[in-house]
Design a protein around this ligand. Structure first.
Ligand SMILES: [Zn+2]
Length: 136
């Protein structure tokens, strides 16, 4: 009998220990799972960045879809993901350069809409997204 923990019954202590160990395991599994989802689940992603640093949307480039992006200053862009490429198909901005930029499909390419302060960017797994936000 070397245990010196006082104030709790032995069985209660045991169950508490099991729960805390299980909790730590569960938590680490959960964190790992989240990390797995983020790092492996989507591979190459399309991110929509507003104002230079704020990620407002994130899409899987493998999933063909059309997304509406509304900037905080009221511009609406229609982002089309099709066959691994991304383009702005419609926009309410005045110069429509973002539409004229056409399609991007390679990692680190970007589409920029200056009036909307929106940047659409392709990032691949493992790239450091933090260091690459440039106000456009
Ligand atoms: Zn635009």
């Amino acid at each position: 009998m070397s245990t010196k923990r006082t104030g709790q019954k032995k069985t209660g202590l045991y169950i508490g220990d099991v729960i805390s160990v299980a909790g730590v395991l569960l938590l680490s599994f959960f964190v790992w799972f989240l990390f797995f989802l983020v790092s492996n689940g989507s591979g190459v992603r399309v991110i929509v960045v507003e104002g230079g640093s704020k990620i407002v949307a994130e899409y899987d480039i493998r999933r063909d879809c059309v997304y509406d992006v509304v900037s905080s200053n009221g511009h609406k862009l229609v982002v089309t993901v099709n066959d691994g490429s991304v383009s702005v198909s419609e926009s309410t901005c005045n110069n429509r350069h973002c539409i004229a930029m056409g399609k991007i499909r390679n990692s680190r390419e970007t589409l920029v809409c200056v009036p909307a302060k929106i940047k659409i960017k392709i990032v691949s797994r493992g790239e450091d997204m933090q260091n690459d936000f440039i106000v456009g």
